[in-house]
Ligand binder design. Structure first.
Ligand code: IPE
Length: 249
């Protein structure tokens, strides 16, 4: 069994303020994950550590070595905080920086080294990836969001559980989470889907949903749940259907 969990940057950081971590939340999230760390790949969002420097340097539209370096260093700092918290909580995390193992083409993942991830999981380690900058074969460089990493890794590893934790109760329609969602529902819901709080350069809820609907088309269902509610991460890791379940038609 393999599980892929994403924790959104809005949980771990204050998305409105540059590089503003939420240490208490990082600790809580780490403790919930450390209660069930086996057969798991963790991907976390970049939050204000990524979106704010990316916006400042005009990424991904404009290429700037300084922008790439500063944005990467900033998201790597958040990754370091998450890895530290997981270690303290008793898990065996390993930082994996997408910049060093991912190639994009037109903004989409063209290649990602999954073999080391598989090996880490097999050896009882918990790989911890994050939204990052990455080289792009067709336009110099780009941004790889956690929302894009999750389905890629889930497909490559044949994940049984895919859970995407956000700061809302799932896919909200008129303020309430819907229990289930398929591609057939997309057209009717499109206008009602909310964006994201704070600065977001990678697509908010709609971007997330499109990624997960594609994954469902390939036979891998997922849930979008509220990771800011205590206990939900542990429940999602057990494969419980909380929040909104994204499934194939
Ligand atoms: C974005 O990552 C990465 C950068 C802006 C460099 P994500 O899209 O995964 O981050 P969150 O979850 O929205 O914070």
């Amino acid at each position: 069994m393999t599980r892929v969990l994403k924790i959104g940057g809005s949980i771990l950081t204050d998305k409105r303020r540059d590089a503003a971590a939420r240490p208490e939340e990082i600790r809580r999230v780490a403790e919930e994950i450390a209660s069930s760390p086996e057969d798991l790949v963790l991907v976390h969002g970049a939050g204000s550590f990524g979106h704010i420097p990316a916006r400042r340097y005009g990424l991904p539209e404009s290429f700037s070595p300084e922008g790439l370096l500063q944005t990467h260093k900033s998201v790597a700092r958040l990754n370091d905080l998450v890895v530290e918290a997981l270690s303290r909580a008793g898990a065996s995390p390993m930082p994996v920086h997408p910049l060093s193992c991912t190639l994009l083409k037109d903004g989409r993942i063209e290649a990602l080294a999954v073999k080391p991830l598989r090996e880490m999981v097999r050896d009882g380690l918990l790989p911890v990836l994050h939204g990052d900058v990455a080289m792009d074969a067709s336009r110099k460089a780009g941004i790889v969001s956690g929302d894009q990493l999750v389905p890629y890794i889930a497909r490559a590893l044949g994940a049984d559980v895919v859970a995407v934790g956000t700061d809302v109760d799932g896919v909200l329609v008129s303020g309430s989470p819907i229990a289930e969602m398929t591609r057939a529902d997309l057209a009717s819901l499109e206008g009602a889907l909310g964006g994201s709080t704070g600065v977001d350069v990678t697509g908010g809820m709609k971007g997330k949903l499109l990624e997960l609907l594609d994954l469902a088309d390939d036979g891998i269902g997922s849930v979008i749940f509220n990771a800011s509610r205590e206990g939900n991460i542990s429940r999602a890791l057990m494969g419980e259907h909380l929040g909104t379940r994204v499934r194939a038609i």
